[in-house]
Design a protein around this ligand. Structure first.
Ligand code: PGA
Length: 258
């Protein structure tokens, strides 16, 4: 059985104080987490170190929200893979829809970042997802295939051993509109089949596919109980322990009842 991953993407939110406070609350919660549920937080870059210090010794994993693909050097404003590893990050989120649609990241950029992150020893959470117009035009699977193909170009099965995929329909991110469990399952199943074809069926069974887009306490259980949903990438509801912890609890409940 795949281990659930419940990830909090804090985006461009929190202050140093609130970030450290939230990390402390989650570290306390994680102490009682069953082996079947992994917790990850991705704070803004400036708070990685104080959050890492707060999480030190806890079961909560640390990740970044982006990275640059070049080795350290003259790239003003960017952050290198080895810097993230040096700050205690084990994960990096790549290809988030806000990076793609607000910052204009292409599949080629996402791919260069993915390859750099993997070779630097970070675990990648690769985000894919269609726009509302693409869903309405019946292009969801085509868009997912293109983003998977582009993002994972040149990435072998050995490279991808720790890969995590996040299906995040753009129309569900920060909108309060969640994909139905059936819509999520259908996209996740498609993504797993894609992985089976591109790599191997055995490998596809090991990759965790998270759902993201308005995940909240009241819809977490129905989404997480889908066969191919292996966790959640949570934005808004990850900013307070009062809204994030119930999502972790929903995952725990499912892992202890099976
Ligand atoms: P949301 O964001 O939970 O606020 O919809 C999810 C995400 O963008 O990762």
């Amino acid at each position: 059985m795949r281990r659930f991953l419940i990830a909090g993407n804090w985006k461009m939110n929190t202050t140093r104080q609130s970030a450290v406070g939230l990390a402390g609350e989650l570290a306390a919660v994680a102490a009682g987490t069953e082996a079947g549920v992994e917790i990850l937080v991705a704070p803004p870059y400036p708070y990685l170190i104080p959050v890492a210090e707060k999480l030190n010794g806890s079961a909560v994993q640390l990740g970044a929200q982006d990275v640059y693909f070049e080795a350290p050097g003259a790239f003003t404003g960017e952050v290198a893979v080895e810097m993230l590893a040096d700050c205690g990050c084990g994960y990096v989120i790549l290809g988030h829809s806000e990076r793609r649609h607000v910052m204009g990241e292409t599949d080629e950029i996402v791919n260069r970042k993915t390859r750099a992150a993997i070779s630097g020893g970070l675990r990648v959470v690769l985000c894919v997802g269609e726009l509302l117009s693409e869903r309405q035009a019946g292009q969801t699977e085509e868009v997912l295939d293109r983003q998977m193909q582009g993002g994972l170009a040149g990435v072998s099965e050995t490279d991808a051993v720790e890969l995590v995929i996040a299906y995040e329909p753009v129309w569900a991110i920060g909108t309060g509109v969640t994909a139905t469990p059936e819509q999520a399952e259908s996209a996740h199943e498609h993504l797993r089949n894609w992985l089976a074809t591109r790599y191997t069926p055995a490998f596809s069974q090991k990759v965790r596919i998270l759902y993201g887009g308005s995940v909240k306490a009241d819809n977490a259980e129905s989404l997480l109980s889908q066969t191919n949903v292996d966790g959640a990438l949570v934005g808004g509801a990850s900013l307070k322990s009062s809204t994030f912890v119930p999502i972790i609890e929903a995952a725990r409940k499912l892992r202890t009842t099976v």
